[in-house]
Design a protein around this ligand. Sequence first.
Ligand SMILES: Nc1ncnc2c1ncn2[C@@H]1O[C@H](COP(=O)(O)OP(=O)(O)OP(=O)(O)O)[C@@H](O)[C@H]1O
Length: 256
Amino acid sequence: MLQVHNVSKYIEYGLVRKRKKAIVNNTSFSIQAGETFGLIGESGSGKTTLSRMAIGLLRPDEGAVEFAGYDLYSASRGDSKLLRQKMQMIFQHPDTACNPRKTLLQSIMEPFVLHPTLRKGDDHEQIEEVMNMVGLQPELLRRYPYQVSGGQIQRIVLARALLMNPEFIVLDEPTSMLDVSVQAQILRLLKHIQKQRKMTYLFISHDLDVVNWMSDRVAVMKDGEIVETGTSNKIMKHPTHPYTQKLVQAFLYTDR
Ligand SMILES: Nc1ncnc2c1ncn2[C@@H]1O[C@H](COP(=O)(O)OP(=O)(O)OP(=O)(O)O)[C@@H](O)[C@H]1O
């Protein structure tokens, strides 16, 4: 479904003498339809940059990305619009996900403004359906973001993404700002919805436990490169790269 071919992204640094550094370096991976592909690595290893390139939000300096047979960065305007609808991204900060000056109903209606073709009959029926799917009462949408919890906002953000009928969602640390019990509920919900809607996920986290539970396959990132890819089981039980071995050791010996 998704093929990322040898992508790199560079930044310039240095105040006087400008130098160039790769924050993602010649990296490739592919994701099959219906699977959850986990991406793990320490803070700053390039996970978000790589995923933004994978979803068409950030043009790579080198390399290419193919989604459902389309080259993301050379697709026509019409195709790009359709692809943007099929690929959604959910971020880690629930508190900035919705405009604080708008009611949650106004926020959730945004996809209909951006993509009028999504309107299929009654807007409210479609909204009610996705709210039921994420386990929230539609009445909650009358409130403003500060009047609901972080877990509820994250469910609303998911409902808003579902309105677009996506085939592929990048989940960038979607539960890292939530407390542990809410985190478990959201992760279970994500799995349930994936089954119902037959979706594909790219799941980013620095929590090995969470990535392992969510993912079919996992890629380990270090310093802008994927150093190892394998099934969750293989990564946990037989890691081959020294960095993955360190990560798994640290995880096994942490009191939880
Ligand atoms: N626009 C930018 N300009 C300069 N540096 C950047 C930019 N975007 C990212 N970086 C740097 O590139 C590196 C990779 O960032 P990225 O956010 O992709 O890492 P990450 O693995 O997702 O980190 P985290 O887990 O903390 O979110 C970091 O050192 C970051 O500071």
